[in-house]
Design a protein around this ligand. Structure first.
Ligand code: SF4
Length: 291
C-alpha cells in the first residue's frame, strides 16, 4: 500500500495516522472480506502493492480504533474484548475479530463498535446484520457457546444535539446500542457456507484465467437514473421521479416555468473508487466505455 500526503499534513499527524498499532489485523479470509464482493477482495489482493491511500483518509478508521482501544481497556471480568476467533469452512480458515462479548448464564451477547453516521443508524445497514450473524456462528462453532443477541454500539460522527431535540426519528444520543436481528443457527451456517463457496469459485475462475464474477448493484452502491422536475434555472428539484413519463406529466401540470432534468444513474462505490480498485476493474472500465 502506497501512502500519499496530498494536503501537506505535518509529521506528527502523518506518523500518528500511519502507526501500525492502529491497524486492525485481518487475515486474507476474514468475515468482513467474505461479506464483500469477491471481485473487490481478489483485485485488492492482486494489486496490494500498487494500492494508494492518502493519510487523510485514515482519520476515521484511526479514531475508531482509538475508541476501540479505550473501551477494550475498560472491560470488566464479565466481558471479553477484542478476541479473534477462527473456524474452518470448506477447507478455508475464516477469522473474525469480535469487539465485545458479554458472557451471561443463558448465552453470549456479541457486540461490534461502529464509528458511523446518523444516516446509517436511522436507515440501518444490512452489512451489520451479515457481519454480526457471522460472528455469532464464529462464537458458536469455535467456542461451543450459545449466542443470545447481537448488538452494534454506534458512535455517530455527525450527531447534532439540536436535531435530536426536535426530530422524532433522530437518534437521541451520539452513542447508542442498537439491536441487530439474529438469524437461526442454520441460516447463519448456510450464509457463511455460501459466501465461502462464492469466493472459492471466484478464486478458481481467476486461476483458470476467467473473468471475475461481477459486483452486484448493491455491491456497487448503484443508484438508478432519475428525472427531476425543477423550476427553470433552479438546481433544486421540486419533485424527483424514477420514470420520464410521470416527470413530464407533473412538469406540464406545474406550467411553463418548469422543466424535466435527467439525472444519470451512478455506481457510487465504483465512481468514487471507494473499493480502491476501480483502475484494475474490467467491469467498471467497461461501464465507462459504454456510458
Ligand atoms: S470498481 Fe465497482 S465493479 Fe469494480 S470492484 Fe470496485 S465496486 Fe466492484
Amino acid at each position: 500500500m502506497k501512502l500519499t500526503n496530498k494536503y501537506g499534513l505535518p509529521q506528527p499527524v502523518v506518523t500518528a495516522l500511519t502507526r501500525s498499532e492502529y491497524t486492525r489485523g485481518e487475515s486474507n479470509r476474514s468475515i468482513t472480506q467474505l461479506i464483500d464482493a469477491p471481485r473487490v477482495r481478489i483485485l485488492k489482493q492482486e494489486h496490494h502493492d500498487e494500492l494508494t491511500e492518502d493519510v487523510s483518509e485514515k482519520l476515521w478508521a484511526v479514531l475508531g480504533t482509538g475508541v476501540h482501544k479505550m473501551f477494550e481497556n475498560s472491560a470488566d471480568d464479565s466481558h471479553i474484548s477484542e478476541e479473534r476467533l477462527f473456524i474452518e469452512v470448506d477447507g478455508w480458515v475464516i477469522s473474525g475479530a469480535i469487539d465485545l462479548q458479554k458472557i451471561e448464564n443463558d448465552g453470549v451477547i456479541v457486540s461490534d463498535y461502529k464509528t458511523t453516521s446518523v444516516w446509517s443508524v436511522i436507515f440501518g445497514k444490512i452489512e451489520w446484520e451479515y457481519q454480526l450473524n457471522c460472528y455469532a456462528a464464529l462464537v458458536r462453532r469455535s467456542k461451543g457457546l450459545k449466542v443470545k443477541s447481537l448488538k452494534v454500539i454506534a458512535m455517530m460522527r455527525d450527531w447534532k444535539a439540536s436535531e435530536a431535540e426536535f426530530k422524532q426519528d433522530y437518534p437521541k444520543a451520539p452513542i447508542l446500542e442498537i439491536d441487530i436481528p439474529m438469524w437461526t443457527e442454520a441460516e447463519q451456517d448456510v450464509y457463511l457456507d455460501n459466501r465461502v463457496k462464492l469466493h472459492q469459485q471466484a478464486e478458481f475462475e481467476r486461476l483458470v484465467g476467467s473473468e471475475l464474477p461481477e459486483c452486484s448493484d448493491k455491491e456497487r452502491w448503484a443508484k438508478e437514473p432519475t428525472w427531476a422536475v425543477t423550476k427553470k434555472g433552479n438546481k433544486k428539484a421540486t419533485k424527483v421521479f424514477d420514470n420520464p413519463e410521470e416527470a413530464h406529466a407533473f412538469a406540464k401540470e406545474q406550467g411553463d416555468a418548469f422543466e424535466v432534468i435527467f439525472r444519470a444513474g451512478v455506481s457510487t462505490r465504483c465512481a468514487g473508487n471507494w473499493c480502491r480498485v476501480n483502475e484494475w476493474c474490467t467491469q467498471y472500465q467497461k461501464s465507462i466505455e459504454n456510458s
